[in-house]
Design a protein around this ligand. Structure first.
Ligand code: FAD
Length: 258
């Protein structure tokens, strides 16, 4: 590859876990130290026809982990993901040396509740928050004073990626609550959990967990429509704009005019 050593790492895929036909998780060795805060993203790239195609990917792993973990969805008509999809263990990709993003946990405002809402790969930054807090908590450096409430949505249950990890963690961590929900139960007959989109469950769980705009910061990550709809619901529950944080993964293409 022809990219500059000054700006990019030559990162290498060290493992790959397929979650569904169009979803997979990779571990990436950047080849040098890469410092980031939970909630930030890495910029990954693949060279194609003499051009470097790059996109943003939220980091699943926590800063204390040796390798970077990324959860990717294939966009069949997309430019980069079909190239990434072909890469297996040992393959090289470019990674910008500087992490980006401000979708980090608000631990300074005094709000102790954090409502984390996501679709499919949008769970990535939340896994990073929780892994980091869990490490600090087990080491006695975090007193559990911040409480995290996750609503994780997917179309079908096999698209979650991190449900088992969250359920295991929530079973032993007093400061974590986790709800998984699917929006296509008719395609997933064995599912026994919640059904509906994030927007359908938001009021119910915000009430049950006693979260409102006075005591909670909300974080929305992933699908643009979920973010738009949930933001409206939160604003009607008196969440001011400055206590709603969002990470929109893509801008929907304009509908073709007919
Ligand atoms: C801050 C940030 C963090 C991100 N983190 C992740 C992550 O952790 N995992 C991840 O998989 N993606 C993530 N994304 C999205 C990622 O950057 C790419 O946009 C995505 O992988 C598609 O790239 P592409 O080149 O294949 O498609 P593009 O060529 O960029 O897009 C082709 C078309 O598909 C639409 N599109 C893009 N993504 C989707 C999608 N998922 N579903 C439906 N339509 C889509 C675009 O709007 C466009 O119209 C993140 C984006 C941002 C801004």
């Amino acid at each position: 590859m022809q990219f500059s050593e000054e700006k990019f790492f030559r990162a290498r895929i060290t493992s790959r876990r397929n979650i569904a036909d169009d979803l997979w998780v990779v571990h990436v060795d950047p080849g040098a130290e890469f410092r980031f805060a939970p909630g930030q993203y890495a910029t990954l790239g693949v060279e194609a026809q003499d051009k470097l195609v790059e996109r943003a990917y939220s980091i699943v792993s926590a800063p204390h982990e040796k390798e970077l973990e990324i959860f990717i969805e294939l966009v069949p008509q997309g430019e980069l993901t079909p190239l990434l999809y072909r890469l297996d263990v040992g393959a090289q990709l470019s990674m910008r040396k500087v992490p980006k993003g401000r979708f980090t946990l608000d631990v300074k405002s005094g709000r102790k509740n954090h409502l984390l809402l996501c679709t499919v790969t949008g769970v990535a930054p939340f896994v990073s928050y929780i892994r980091s807090f869990e490490k600090e908590w087990r080491e006695g450096k975090f007193d559990g004073g911040h409480r995290l409430f996750v609503i994780n949505a997917a179309s079908r249950s096999w698209e979650f990626g991190y449900r088992e990890e969250f359920e295991r963690a929530a079973a032993s961590i007093p400061w974590l609550k986790y709800i998984a929900t699917i929006s296509r139960p008719w395609e997933d007959a064995d599912w026994k959990g919640e059904v509906g989109r994030v927007e359908d469950l938001l009021r119910k769980y915000a009430d049950a967990w006693e979260l409102d705009g006075t005591n909670t910061t909300a974080y929305l990550c992933g699908h643009p429509q979920m973010i738009e709809n949930s933001k409206g619901i939160l604003q009607r529950r008196r969440f001011a704009k400055d206590v709603i944080r969002e990470e929109v993964y893509w801008i929907p293409a304009k509908e073709a005019k007919t």
